[in-house]
Design a protein. Structure first.
Length: 254
Protein backbone atom coordinates (compact mmCIF):
# COMPACT_ATOMS: atom_id res chain seq x y z
CA UNK A 1 0.00 0.00 0.00
CA UNK A 2 1.29 3.48 -0.82
CA UNK A 3 2.59 5.68 1.98
CA UNK A 4 2.60 9.49 1.60
CA UNK A 5 6.15 10.78 1.06
CA UNK A 6 5.84 13.15 4.02
CA UNK A 7 5.62 10.13 6.34
CA UNK A 8 9.26 9.42 7.16
CA UNK A 9 8.98 7.05 10.10
CA UNK A 10 10.64 9.59 12.39
CA UNK A 11 7.17 10.32 13.79
CA UNK A 12 7.22 6.98 15.61
CA UNK A 13 7.40 6.77 19.40
CA UNK A 14 11.04 6.79 20.63
CA UNK A 15 10.59 3.48 22.47
CA UNK A 16 9.34 1.82 19.30
CA UNK A 17 12.21 3.33 17.32
CA UNK A 18 14.57 1.81 19.84
CA UNK A 19 13.03 -1.61 19.26
CA UNK A 20 13.38 -1.24 15.51
CA UNK A 21 17.11 -0.62 15.81
CA UNK A 22 17.58 -4.39 15.87
CA UNK A 23 16.58 -4.39 12.17
CA UNK A 24 18.68 -3.36 9.17
CA UNK A 25 18.34 0.39 8.62
CA UNK A 26 16.26 0.27 5.42
CA UNK A 27 13.92 -2.37 6.82
CA UNK A 28 13.54 -0.43 10.07
CA UNK A 29 12.49 2.66 8.10
CA UNK A 30 9.90 0.69 6.11
CA UNK A 31 8.44 -0.83 9.25
CA UNK A 32 8.40 2.53 11.03
CA UNK A 33 6.54 4.22 8.16
CA UNK A 34 3.90 1.48 8.15
CA UNK A 35 3.48 1.78 11.91
CA UNK A 36 3.01 5.53 11.57
CA UNK A 37 0.21 4.87 9.09
CA UNK A 38 -1.41 2.46 11.54
CA UNK A 39 -1.34 5.10 14.27
CA UNK A 40 -2.71 7.81 11.98
CA UNK A 41 -5.59 5.75 10.58
CA UNK A 42 -6.70 3.44 13.38
CA UNK A 43 -9.42 5.73 14.75
CA UNK A 44 -10.98 7.01 11.53
CA UNK A 45 -10.11 4.30 8.99
CA UNK A 46 -9.40 1.11 10.94
CA UNK A 47 -9.58 -1.19 7.91
CA UNK A 48 -6.77 0.72 6.21
CA UNK A 49 -4.80 0.77 9.46
CA UNK A 50 -5.20 -3.00 9.59
CA UNK A 51 -3.74 -3.39 6.10
CA UNK A 52 -0.67 -1.35 7.01
CA UNK A 53 -0.27 -3.38 10.21
CA UNK A 54 -0.21 -6.59 8.19
CA UNK A 55 2.59 -5.20 6.04
CA UNK A 56 4.60 -4.27 9.13
CA UNK A 57 3.94 -7.73 10.53
CA UNK A 58 5.24 -9.42 7.38
CA UNK A 59 8.38 -7.30 7.56
CA UNK A 60 9.16 -7.65 11.27
CA UNK A 61 7.07 -10.22 13.11
CA UNK A 62 9.75 -10.66 15.80
CA UNK A 63 9.43 -7.07 17.04
CA UNK A 64 7.06 -6.77 20.01
CA UNK A 65 5.87 -3.27 19.04
CA UNK A 66 4.87 -4.57 15.63
CA UNK A 67 2.88 -7.43 17.15
CA UNK A 68 1.19 -4.99 19.51
CA UNK A 69 0.29 -2.58 16.69
CA UNK A 70 -1.09 -5.49 14.66
CA UNK A 71 -3.13 -6.51 17.68
CA UNK A 72 -4.69 -3.09 18.12
CA UNK A 73 -5.44 -2.81 14.40
CA UNK A 74 -7.17 -6.20 14.46
CA UNK A 75 -9.02 -5.20 17.64
CA UNK A 76 -10.23 -1.97 15.98
CA UNK A 77 -11.71 -4.04 13.13
CA UNK A 78 -13.30 -6.52 15.55
CA UNK A 79 -11.00 -9.38 14.54
CA UNK A 80 -10.81 -10.44 18.14
CA UNK A 81 -9.20 -13.88 17.73
CA UNK A 82 -6.43 -12.38 15.64
CA UNK A 83 -6.00 -9.47 18.04
CA UNK A 84 -5.74 -11.81 21.01
CA UNK A 85 -3.09 -13.89 19.28
CA UNK A 86 -1.00 -10.79 18.54
CA UNK A 87 -1.36 -9.43 22.07
CA UNK A 88 -0.31 -12.77 23.51
CA UNK A 89 2.74 -12.81 21.25
CA UNK A 90 3.71 -9.28 22.30
CA UNK A 91 3.30 -10.20 25.95
CA UNK A 92 5.52 -13.27 25.55
CA UNK A 93 8.20 -11.08 24.00
CA UNK A 94 8.12 -8.33 26.63
CA UNK A 95 6.84 -10.02 29.75
CA UNK A 96 4.68 -6.94 30.34
CA UNK A 97 1.13 -7.15 31.76
CA UNK A 98 0.13 -3.86 30.13
CA UNK A 99 -2.05 -5.59 27.51
CA UNK A 100 -3.96 -7.71 30.04
CA UNK A 101 -7.19 -5.62 30.01
CA UNK A 102 -7.46 -5.48 26.22
CA UNK A 103 -6.73 -9.21 26.04
CA UNK A 104 -9.64 -9.76 28.43
CA UNK A 105 -11.84 -7.54 26.28
CA UNK A 106 -10.95 -9.69 23.27
CA UNK A 107 -12.36 -12.64 25.21
CA UNK A 108 -15.58 -10.66 25.55
CA UNK A 109 -15.53 -9.96 21.83
CA UNK A 110 -15.23 -13.69 21.20
CA UNK A 111 -18.33 -14.33 23.30
CA UNK A 112 -16.42 -15.62 26.32
CA UNK A 113 -17.25 -13.14 29.13
CA UNK A 114 -16.56 -15.76 31.78
CA UNK A 115 -12.92 -15.88 30.65
CA UNK A 116 -12.69 -12.10 30.87
CA UNK A 117 -14.00 -12.28 34.44
CA UNK A 118 -11.48 -14.97 35.29
CA UNK A 119 -8.70 -12.74 33.97
CA UNK A 120 -9.98 -9.90 36.17
CA UNK A 121 -9.21 -12.07 39.17
CA UNK A 122 -5.68 -13.04 38.15
CA UNK A 123 -2.54 -11.77 39.88
CA UNK A 124 -1.54 -9.86 36.72
CA UNK A 125 -4.15 -7.21 37.57
CA UNK A 126 -2.22 -6.23 40.69
CA UNK A 127 0.82 -5.51 38.54
CA UNK A 128 -1.08 -3.01 36.37
CA UNK A 129 -0.77 0.72 36.93
CA UNK A 130 -3.85 2.63 38.09
CA UNK A 131 -5.06 3.29 34.52
CA UNK A 132 -4.72 -0.41 33.69
CA UNK A 133 -6.62 -1.43 36.82
CA UNK A 134 -9.47 0.93 35.97
CA UNK A 135 -9.52 -0.45 32.43
CA UNK A 136 -9.72 -3.97 33.85
CA UNK A 137 -12.64 -2.91 36.04
CA UNK A 138 -14.45 -1.57 32.95
CA UNK A 139 -13.87 -4.84 31.11
CA UNK A 140 -15.07 -6.89 34.09
CA UNK A 141 -18.23 -4.79 34.37
CA UNK A 142 -18.83 -5.24 30.66
CA UNK A 143 -18.45 -8.99 31.07
CA UNK A 144 -21.01 -8.95 33.87
CA UNK A 145 -23.43 -7.12 31.58
CA UNK A 146 -22.75 -9.62 28.80
CA UNK A 147 -23.91 -12.31 31.23
CA UNK A 148 -27.05 -10.37 32.17
CA UNK A 149 -25.73 -9.53 35.64
CA UNK A 150 -26.62 -5.82 35.73
CA UNK A 151 -26.50 -5.37 39.49
CA UNK A 152 -23.10 -7.07 39.64
CA UNK A 153 -21.86 -4.79 36.86
CA UNK A 154 -22.91 -1.74 38.87
CA UNK A 155 -21.17 -3.02 41.99
CA UNK A 156 -18.02 -3.82 39.97
CA UNK A 157 -17.77 -0.18 38.88
CA UNK A 158 -18.22 1.20 42.38
CA UNK A 159 -14.69 2.01 43.48
CA UNK A 160 -12.53 4.74 45.01
CA UNK A 161 -11.70 5.89 41.47
CA UNK A 162 -15.42 6.36 40.72
CA UNK A 163 -16.01 8.23 43.98
CA UNK A 164 -13.00 10.50 43.53
CA UNK A 165 -13.54 14.12 42.52
CA UNK A 166 -10.12 14.20 40.85
CA UNK A 167 -10.08 14.22 37.07
CA UNK A 168 -7.90 11.54 35.47
CA UNK A 169 -7.73 10.30 31.85
CA UNK A 170 -10.06 7.42 32.74
CA UNK A 171 -12.57 9.43 34.84
CA UNK A 172 -15.07 10.29 32.09
CA UNK A 173 -15.19 6.72 30.74
CA UNK A 174 -15.60 5.21 34.20
CA UNK A 175 -18.43 7.58 35.13
CA UNK A 176 -20.06 7.02 31.73
CA UNK A 177 -19.94 3.22 32.11
CA UNK A 178 -21.50 3.53 35.57
CA UNK A 179 -24.26 5.81 34.25
CA UNK A 180 -24.97 3.44 31.38
CA UNK A 181 -25.19 0.45 33.72
CA UNK A 182 -27.56 2.36 36.02
CA UNK A 183 -29.77 3.26 33.07
CA UNK A 184 -29.83 -0.34 31.87
CA UNK A 185 -30.99 -1.31 35.38
CA UNK A 186 -33.85 1.21 35.18
CA UNK A 187 -32.30 3.67 37.64
CA UNK A 188 -32.85 6.69 35.40
CA UNK A 189 -32.50 9.47 37.98
CA UNK A 190 -29.12 8.19 39.16
CA UNK A 191 -28.05 7.55 35.58
CA UNK A 192 -28.75 11.15 34.65
CA UNK A 193 -26.65 12.34 37.58
CA UNK A 194 -23.69 10.21 36.50
CA UNK A 195 -23.96 11.11 32.82
CA UNK A 196 -23.72 14.75 33.96
CA UNK A 197 -20.63 13.89 36.01
CA UNK A 198 -19.13 12.09 33.02
CA UNK A 199 -19.74 15.13 30.83
CA UNK A 200 -18.10 17.36 33.42
CA UNK A 201 -14.93 15.25 33.26
CA UNK A 202 -15.01 14.69 29.49
CA UNK A 203 -12.72 17.46 28.29
CA UNK A 204 -11.79 15.84 24.97
CA UNK A 205 -15.19 14.45 23.93
CA UNK A 206 -14.28 10.80 24.40
CA UNK A 207 -17.88 9.91 25.30
CA UNK A 208 -21.32 10.91 24.04
CA UNK A 209 -22.46 11.86 27.54
CA UNK A 210 -23.98 15.12 26.30
CA UNK A 211 -26.18 13.24 23.81
CA UNK A 212 -27.26 10.75 26.46
CA UNK A 213 -28.18 13.58 28.81
CA UNK A 214 -30.19 15.32 26.11
CA UNK A 215 -31.97 12.06 25.35
CA UNK A 216 -32.90 11.59 29.01
CA UNK A 217 -34.15 15.19 29.13
CA UNK A 218 -36.28 14.64 26.04
CA UNK A 219 -34.35 17.08 23.90
CA UNK A 220 -34.52 16.44 20.15
CA UNK A 221 -31.91 17.86 17.82
CA UNK A 222 -33.17 19.01 14.43
CA UNK A 223 -30.80 19.35 11.50
CA UNK A 224 -31.04 22.98 10.43
CA UNK A 225 -30.32 21.98 6.84
CA UNK A 226 -32.86 19.16 6.76
CA UNK A 227 -35.48 19.95 4.16
CA UNK A 228 -34.19 23.51 3.80
CA UNK A 229 -34.48 23.37 0.04
CA UNK A 230 -38.10 22.19 0.28
CA UNK A 231 -38.80 24.94 2.80
CA UNK A 232 -37.25 27.55 0.52
CA UNK A 233 -39.29 26.25 -2.38
CA UNK A 234 -42.47 26.38 -0.34
CA UNK A 235 -41.66 29.91 0.81
CA UNK A 236 -40.99 30.90 -2.77
CA UNK A 237 -44.34 29.47 -3.87
CA UNK A 238 -46.04 31.30 -1.02
CA UNK A 239 -44.47 34.58 -2.10
CA UNK A 240 -45.65 34.03 -5.66
CA UNK A 241 -49.16 33.28 -4.43
CA UNK A 242 -49.13 36.47 -2.38
CA UNK A 243 -47.97 38.47 -5.39
CA UNK A 244 -50.71 36.92 -7.51
CA UNK A 245 -53.25 37.81 -4.87
CA UNK A 246 -52.08 41.44 -4.84
CA UNK A 247 -52.17 41.83 -8.64
CA UNK A 248 -55.61 42.42 -10.20
CA UNK A 249 -56.83 39.71 -12.61
CA UNK A 250 -57.83 40.60 -16.16
CA UNK A 251 -61.51 40.25 -15.22
CA UNK A 252 -61.09 42.81 -12.43
CA UNK A 253 -59.55 45.51 -14.66
CA UNK A 254 -61.90 48.22 -15.87
Amino acid sequence: MPIPPEVTGEEIDPDVRQELMSLPKGLAEDVARNLVMVAQLIDEEPEKAYEYSRIALRLASRVAAVREAAGFAAYATQKYAEALAEFRAARRMTGSVELWPVMADCERGLGRPERALAMAGESEVQKLDKAGQVEMRLVAAGARRDMGQLDAAIVTLQSPELASNANHPWTARLRYAYADALLAAGREREAREWFAKALEADKDGSTDASDRLAELDGVEFVDAFDGSEDADAENGDAEVDEQDADEPHEDDKS
